[in-house]
Design a protein around this ligand. Sequence first.
Ligand code: NAG
Ligand code: NAG
Ligand code: NAG
Length: 415
Amino acid sequence: MRVTLSSLLLVATASAAKAHGNHENHPRAHQNYERTATVDVSTLKGKWLYGYQGWFRKPASGVNNHWSPNGGTPGPGNVEVDFLPDVSQYPTNCLFPSTLTAPNGQPVQLYDNTCEGVVDLHFKWMQQYGIDGVIVQRFLSHLSDASFITILNQVEAAAVKYGRGFIVEYDASGGNSSAGSVANEILADYNSVVKTYTSSSAYIHQNGKPAVMVFGVGFPTVAISVSDGANIATQLKNAGAYVGLGVPSTFGSDVRGNTGFASAYKAANLISPWTVGSYSEGGYMAGYHTTTQIPDSQTLKSLGIDHAPLVWPGTSAYHLNGVTNPSAFDYFPRYNGSFYSMQADAVTSLAIKPLFVFNAMFDEMNEGTGNLPSLKTSQLPTNDKFVGYDNTFANTSFYLALGGQKATAFAKAVN
Ligand SMILES: *[C@@H]1O[C@H](CO)[C@@H](O)[C@H](O)[C@H]1NC(C)=O
Ligand SMILES: *[C@@H]1O[C@H](CO)[C@@H](O)[C@H](O)[C@H]1NC(C)=O
Ligand SMILES: *[C@@H]1O[C@H](CO)[C@@H](O)[C@H](O)[C@H]1NC(C)=O
């Protein structure tokens, strides 16, 4: 899931002058035992779900490993992430050394997501912190990559084991209607591959139907046509699914004006706007939340369409953008979680309650929206530049612990 850097930088620059220093949103140490019980997968109502990429691999010939842009060993000059995972709890056989140097002089270790035990650990954390589960990504441009089936199998098994839920979301951002019907391509894959997973005891349903999402309809950077976008939703609905579309943050004005992709949006059961980079901490409450999010929630309700707003902790894409643009580094800072808390509290306070909340993302370290345990500033390598979690955090699970608290508050407000 990508938006262009130039549009992100415009917002970042506009808000750069705002002073920050809010330390009041640090959560108290608190374990919510109730939310470790098996989640009710018969409904999306009140859920707090993290997008799950599952795309990090051990570098090998022909493998898009997502750690290094040019293949080969990740290290200075060849790395694609701006945050680094805290791998201290991963199975050691799932790790491999990079040429990044930790403060103790040792190579920084990275993980292979397909290695048995990694997905399991991620779900163990979700249970520990009371997070309901994931929206696992299925990349349209990698449908034949068997490693993503490995991930899907592991997600299913871990969700069952730890009492979490999951749904599949097609990332159709590489889709091109001129090259053939994207709707047909998704439907064929749904019927031949994904449908099997919807009978899992951990697959989340809504209105008695398995929930499926498709990201990428309505974006100027994605070559999916309006009619193909509408067909994506209609065909999946006809195949028995409850269908959510991941769309641009500006979808509401199209729907109200009956312009652009309105007919595609209206074909969906649920809309989830992708808002990474659409607002900054300073501009959120008086800006996006008031002028867009609230009216959009009303528009969707009037149409009988469900709403899954997005929350994200901040974003950084310096390495992803080829290190040419220094301002891409930490360009939407997290401010120790206060930016995230502000969004989480705002979506929970909406008068028209969202059906569920989409938390971007569990493990997206390339765009810097990851929430998984990641290195603190004092633990970062000495031979390249990364964003660290604050040294004062009690541990590297800060964002999962905070997410679990926000998930609990949302579930209470909705149910
Ligand atoms: C994060 O919290 C620490 C400790 O309270 C504080 O020193 C630091 O300035 C904070 N950073 C930001 C960006 O708020
Ligand atoms: C990590 O710190 C958070 C507070 O940020 C706390 O809620 C959580 O329980 C801690 N986790 C562990 C394993 O100590
Ligand atoms: C979409 O496909 C058409 C026909 O194959 C091609 O000409 C066009 O460049 C493609 N557009 C994108 C954005 O890839």
